[in-house]
Each structure stands twice: as structure tokens, then as C-alpha cells.
Design a protein around this ligand. Sequence first.
Ligand code: OSB
Ligand code: MG
Length: 373
Amino acid sequence: MRIDAIFLRELRLPLVHPFQTSFGTTTERRILLVELRAEGLTGWGECVAGEHPFYSEESIDTAWLAIQSELGPTLAAAEPEHGGKCPGIFRQVRGNRMAKAALENAVWDLEAQMRGIPLASLLGGTREKIDCGVSIGIQASMEQQMAAVEKELAAGYQRIKLKCKPGWDVKMLEAVRSRWPDIELSVDANSAYRLNDSDHIVSFDHFDLMMIEQPLWADDFYFHSMLQKRLNTPICLDESIRNRRDALAAIEMESCRIINIKVGRVGGFSEAIAVHNAAQERGIPVWCGGMLETGIGRSHNIALSSLENFSLPGDVSASKRYWKEDIIEPEVTVSELGQIAVPETPGRGFEVRTDLVEKLTVRKDEIRAMAVA
Ligand code: OSB
Ligand code: MG
């Protein structure tokens, strides 16, 4: 495809509720969007990097720079005929996976429109509906925690994930488990524990959790493997899995029994599919993580979740849990059974509300093709 223009924008969107993890609290998202124009169509990509480099090394500011100065001009000059070409086009640039994913996913988004097929089909998805869970942030009090769980269960969500950290774990789990003994429950520590906490983490076995997500360091496989040997509960890795090789290493070392796939964390749809396939071939189930996305990233997560080995409920939930008004139409809604229908229309299946996007934009830049020497 001949790319006519790439636009980069930053939007500001306050969350309906602040979201607290072991590494901090987010009240307003700074959203980086990529708009790719080619052959009269527009593909969209959302960069999921945070406001600060706390979840990973990237932040929205580093991603902006990487796209503006390196990745954007390179892509514009490359005229990719397929989203799957992007990893090769970007290979020379190390890291910056969330920045790369925003561009690559916009190419797939555009390609699905050009071919007149749903994005989910282009990615190889087969599910008509995806199963949804929620991620509940650390709350200010136990009362608020219980109310948050109650609300999400009433909405139909199939699995509740609770953010935890030292000092907000066992007591909180006791309270939730004693009120809801049978629900599908998991925790996510975002790397908040250390080896000294091993005995303490092993005591979580008693809460019959589906998984414990990323208890230890974001760059570790070895100590997770040591911990997994002592645990009955499966470990799920999130931050540690950056690509297919990481997935293979983690599976081989038995550092985890479940993998959370985030398309931004692994650098785009191509690598996300590669991780999915590698896990599937080895009998490891995966689920789709979330990064407090707007409807654009959310629509991409829905398409990805339609692949076969996304066999556990993900963190892809309704727009209204995050935003007063989402930037897509229709908004993402979840049924009483805790499912989202995968769109059957061409492309991402949700229209971008360009007027609203324009209104929320606080900076914008146009990227031009890198001059060929
Ligand atoms: O670890 O899964 C995580 C949000 C920001 C950064 C990291 C994580 C999360 C979530 C929220 O858990 C998932 C969502 O609802 O989008
Ligand atoms: Mg996580």
C-alpha cells in the first residue's frame, strides 16, 4: 500500500475511576493515536504506553519520539503490502515495542478495510464471541473493594482479577473469598514481590486462584520458575513476555503455566500471533491483557482475542468502565453472560468518532516518508 499520510496525536481522557496498581495510580490517560491514510482509507493504531515508564521502559513521550523520528518515516517509505511486513521494516530499531505496535496495528486495521474483511478474520480469529473478565485496581478501603467486585459480578463478568501488593493481599483475599467462595478469581502483582516473599506467596494457594500474575521482576524467568515449583496455583506472566522467544523460554523453564498477551507489549499483531501459536503448540492457554485502552485499542484487543488459544477470559471489558464517552461508535458493550461479540463487518468493526478525537487532541504531528538516499 502507498501511504499518503501518517498523523500522530495525543489525546487526554480522564478515567471514570482512578486505577491503582502496585506501581501507581492513573486518573487521566494520555493517549497516543496513529492515523494511517492510504488509498482513500484510514487505519488507526493506539499506543498503549503509560504516562510514565513504570509498567515498561516506554512512556507515551518516548513512543512519540520513536514514531516521529524513526519508525513513522521508515514505515511511510516502505509501502508495506501487509501488516505482517512491519516487524521486518522496524527490525533495525531496538525495543520501542509499544511504539512499533501502534504503527503495525494501524497497517493491519487498514489492510482489513482494503480487503473488506473483519480484522479478526485477517488475524486468523475464529471465535464469534470472546469471554470477558475485569481487572480491579487497588481500592482505598476493603468496603470499596467488596463493592467493586459485587458490581462487576452483577454485570456478568466471568473472572475477577484483583490488583495486589505487599500489605494488600491476604486480608483482602480472605474478605473476597469468604463472600464469594466459588467465583473465578485471580491476582496481579505487577512485580511487587521479592524472593523473601516466597513463603507468603505460597500461602495464596489456599485461595484457589486461577492464577497469580507477574509476582516477581518484570525481566525474570528463573526465579518465577523456582516459585512455580513451590506453588499449586499457576503463575501467569505478563511483563516478562516480550516476544515469542521469551514465551518459549518461560514455557521450557516452567516459569509460568499461563501467558497474558498484550499486543503493545510484544510489538504488534505479528508477534502477538507468534506468541499465541507458540503457547498453543505447547498446551499453554493465553488471554488478552488490557492497558486502559480507548475503543481503538479495545477493538484491536477484541479482534486478537478471537484466536483459538485465547481460551481464558481476558481483561477486555466494556468502554463504560473506563470512559464517560468512548471515541468509537458503537461503544464496546458486554453481555449479561460476560461476552463481547466479535464484529463481522470489514475492518475493526467500530467507527472512530473523528470529531470527538479532534476535540480531545492536545498535540498533533504529520510524519513524512524518510528520504531515500
Ligand atoms: O498489568 O495488566 C496489567 C493496566 C495498566 C498497566 C498494567 C496492567 C493493567 C491492567 C488493566 O490490569 C487492564 C484493563 O482493564 O485495561
Ligand atoms: Mg498484568
